[in-house]
Design a protein around this ligand. Structure first.
Ligand SMILES: [Mg+2]
Length: 338
């Protein structure tokens, strides 16, 4: 089997948010083969990511055998080294890598979770990221809750109200999206004492490794992070220095499933938890189902309506089907994929 075409677009749904995801948005990658099979993946990087896919990566992949996914990953990494390593180029490679994995599953006629030694059909608990107050509908629909709290003011009051809404037996976490410093984080953590907060996510900028090293030692609440880190090589430093207790790679940005699996392995040998960013989307969900000892899937992006085949979240749980590959269905008739 040989790769005959590599295509990429940035689908814009009616409710796509008018923020950075629009300019640096999620891209859909399609890899066609002479066997008549097409693999689909989602990466990032918007127009820049599409350019990388349609030039460097397409030139590299045309005529190659798609089965050698890990080898092709190394070739793509090498070909983009001068301008890649982290950021947009790796977001673009992520989409290609996931499309190659989708092909691998379709050739084997198996779901990716089974290729990874796992099974489909089991219930995976979900959490929802909440940008305001937890609504009664959200409280009923999810197993756990993460509050987006860029401001450090009144966090304890918000968590108290959330505890009243969801009860004491479900996980509540908070996400500061890199807006705090060490002392602010410790101050908030002290105010949260007794409220059983599962983790504080990205309190510091992603590159503040020394800050995280100090914070992890001093903070009584586990520290989560990694959605803005790239490749397993990037995570190696975080793991070796134990900068986070919970690792949150985003499979559509970190370099694809090839890299996510390496991160799961590193975490397992280091006793750290992995909880992938937006893990309920099919691209991460197969890895969670197959290799995650403590599965918890973050709700996905409601505006990515062009990814068909996404299983619903029901009563705080999501289940994979036995569809081959990632089980995504792309309606090419209604997308300008070229
Ligand atoms: Mg986050």
């Amino acid at each position: 089997m040989k790769i005959t075409n590599v295509r990429a677009i940035q689908p814009i749904a009616a409710n796509s948010p008018p923020d950075w995801r629009t300019s640096l948005g999620q891209i859909l990658v399609a890899i066609d083969t002479d066997a008549g099979l097409t693999g689909y993946g989602v990466g990032g990087g918007g127009a820049a990511g599409i350019h990388v896919v349609q030039t460097v990566l397409r030139d590299l992949l045309l005529g190659k055998q798609p089965e050698a996914v890990e080898d092709l990953w190394q070739q793509m990494y090498s070909a983009t080294l001068a301008f890649g390593r982290k950021g947009l180029a790796i977001m673009a490679i992520s989409g290609v890598d996931l499309a190659l994995w989708d092909l691998r599953g379709k050739v084997a006629e198996q779901p990716i979770a089974e290729l990874l030694g796992g099974t489909v059909g089991a219930a995976i608990p979900t959490y929802i990221t909440v940008w305001d107050e937890v609504t009664p509908e959200q409280a009923a629909a999810h197993h756990a809750f993460k509050l987006h709290v860029e401001s450090a003011d009144d966090v304890a009051a918000l968590v108290k109200r959330t505890r009243e809404a969801v009860g004491l037996d479900r996980e509540v976490m908070i996400d500061a999206w890199m807006r705090w410093d060490i002392e602010t984080t410790l101050d908030v953590a002290a105010q949260l004492e007794g409220l059983d907060v599962g983790w504080i996510e990205e309190p510091l900028p992603a590159d503040d490794f020394d800050g995280y090293a100090e914070l992890v030692e001093r903070c009584p609440i586990p520290i989560a992070g990694g959605e803005h880190e790239f490749t397993a090589a990037g995570f190696r430093d975080i793991v070796e220095r134990r900068l986070h207790q919970v690792l949150q790679p985003d499979v559509c940005w970190v370099g694809g499933l090839t890299e996510l699996l390496k991160i799961y392995k590193m975490a397992a040998t280091s006793g750290l938890r992995v909880c992938p960013h937006r893990g309920a989307e099919l691209w991460s969900l197969h890895a969670i189902a197959a290799v995650d000892p403590q599965p918890l899937a973050e709700s996905g992006r409601p505006w990515m309506t062009w990814v068909g085949g996404q299983p619903p979240i029901v009563n705080g749980e999501i289940r994979l089907t036995d569809a081959p590959g990632f089980g995504v269905q792309i309606d090419e008739a209604n997308l300008p994929l070229g």
